[in-house]
Structure formats: C-alpha cells, structure tokens
Design a protein around this ligand. Structure first.
Ligand SMILES: C[S@@+](CC[C@H](N)C(=O)[O-])C[C@H]1O[C@@H](n2cnc3c(N)ncnc32)[C@H](O)[C@@H]1O
Length: 249
C-alpha cells in the first residue's frame, strides 16, 4: 500500500467488502466476553470456564481465523493487485517462524498448518485455552511447535522473543474487554525487521477504542508500515472485523 501515513478508511487503498452481512444478535458467551473489564483476573476466570466449550460454541459462527490466514497468504506471497510480495516465495512457508499470540484453542494454528506452516508457537493468557490448543491434532500432529500460557499481551512480551518471529498473528484478541491498542507495539517487538504482523480488530472495538490513533502513531514513528487492510470483512455471525497487515521496519 503506497500511503502508510494513516488509516483514513475513505482514502486509503484497501481491499474492502462492499456489503455488510446481515448480522444476528451476539450469543451469550460472546456478549459476556465483550463485557469483561480487561483485567488479567477477569479474563483468566472467564476463559477458564469457556475453554472446554469454546470450539463447539463457535462452530459455524466464527470465520475470523480463516479470513486472517487467507489475507496473510495474499499479502505475504504476492497475489495482491499491485503484485508486491512481502516474504519469500510460498515454498518458504514451512520454515517461517510464526507466533500466534492469544492463540486460544488454536483456530489460527489449524488454518496455518493446513496452509503448510510448520513452525508455529502459540501464546495465551489462559492456561485452559492453551490446554485445548495442545490437544488439537491435524493428521495426528499438533500444529503448534510450542505453547505458552500466562502470557499477557498487555505487557511487553518476553525478551527472548524479541524479533524472533517472521510473522506474528493476533486474531480475536483486539476486542472489547480484552487488550489495549498499545498491545500492537508488543506484537511488532517480537517480529523481525521486514516481517509481518497480522491482526484482526472487531469493528465495535475499532470504533470504541483508540486503536486507530495507536496504529497511526506507530506508522508515523516508523516502527511499522501498513501494508494492507480488509475493511468490514466477515468475522462472526454478529459482527464484522477489520483485518490489518503491517510490516515491521
Ligand atoms: C476470542 S479468543 C480468540 C482465540 C483465537 N485467537 C481464535 O482466533 O479463536 C481470545 C483469546 O485471547 C486471550 N486473551 C485475552 N486477553 C489476553 C491478554 N491480555 N493477553 C494474552 N491473551 C489474551 C484469551 O485467553 C483467549 O484465548
């Protein structure tokens, strides 16, 4: 994307979904998640109770992980309109070091593994969600190389991960009651220069938070560049999301 100076939805070149899907009311488990106060204690307690039924509750309802991973493939390997590719050719996917922050039960890891990724580390605040991810099997193999619990994205991430990943994903976490927009900085910090940061923001979160200001500030200060964005793309039955692809400078 040529203009990376801001996020003006009206002017910036972007891939867009022109028609918003008709939305249903949010189910109770999603409403409860969105009304958390953002504290570690509240988030951990809630996801401890939701972990076991998270996948079945969201079955057929949640497309966010799939949309973000397919957006990644377009951005990373050059099927974009402008022909630009950001990473080496698709053959490099099995060796790319990928972080999935806020991995939950592993929806992003599953799609990435099916796409061919083989070096995927998952991190999450909730030990119970991480336990579910550890049980995930694709053809008898867990898609994650390693899984880490008790990782709070509202804090700087561990020093040993700084610039350690080629691509960092964060899907379903920039949502009401979860993380601050400044967490975007922590995702950039664990990604190597010229690597990608792939993020979803639920539309209600984008509108209610200062995500746009934080993102603009990180772009203006040269920490990251905005490569592309999907606006109002499918996410859950009750809400769309915006999807963001940044390159770390
Ligand atoms: C809606 S789930 C999304 C999970 C997964 N990425 C997906 O696409 O299905 C949100 C996840 O973010 C995690 N989470 C919430 N707050 C967090 C924080 N401050 N730091 C790290 N993870 C957090 C939760 O434990 C939960 O697993």
């Amino acid at each position: 994307m040529g203009d990376d100076s801001g996020h003006d939805m009206g002017h910036q070149k972007q891939q867009g979904f022109t028609a918003m899907n008709k939305k249903s009311a949010a189910p109770e488990h999603i409403n409860k998640a969105l009304s958390l106060d953002g504290s570690v204690a509240a988030l951990k307690a809630y996801y401890a109770t939701w972990a076991a039924s998270y996948d079945s509750d969201l079955a057929g309802d949640y497309t966010g992980a799939s949309v973000l991973c397919h957006f990644f493939q377009e951005i990373a390997f050059g099927s974009r309109e402008d022909g630009a590719s950001v990473l080496p050719e698709p053959g490099a996917l099995p060796t790319l070091r990928i972080a999935d922050v806020g991995c939950g039960t592993g929806h992003v890891g599953r799609v990435l593994y099916e796409q061919g990724a083989r070096v995927i580390d998952g991190m999450d605040l909730s030990p119970e969600m991480i336990s579910q991810a550890a049980r995930l099997q694709i053809n008898g193999v867990c898609p994650y190389r390693a899984l880490y619990a008790d990782i709070d994205l509202n804090q700087p991430l561990p020093v040993q991960w700084q610039q350690a990943y080629d691509v960092t994903f964060c899907c379903g976490v920039f949502t009401l009651g979860h993380v601050h927009p400044t967490a975007l900085n922590h995702l950039a910090a664990i990604t190597r220069p010229r690597g990608l940061v792939m993020v979803s923001t639920r539309t209600t979160y984008y509108e209610a938070s200062d995500y746009r200001e934080v993102s603009d500030q990180l772009v203006a200060s040269g920490v990251i560049s905005l490569v592309a964005r999907l606006e109002n793309a499918p996410y859950t039955q009750d809400s769309d999301a915006h999807y963001w692809a940044y390159q770390v400078n």
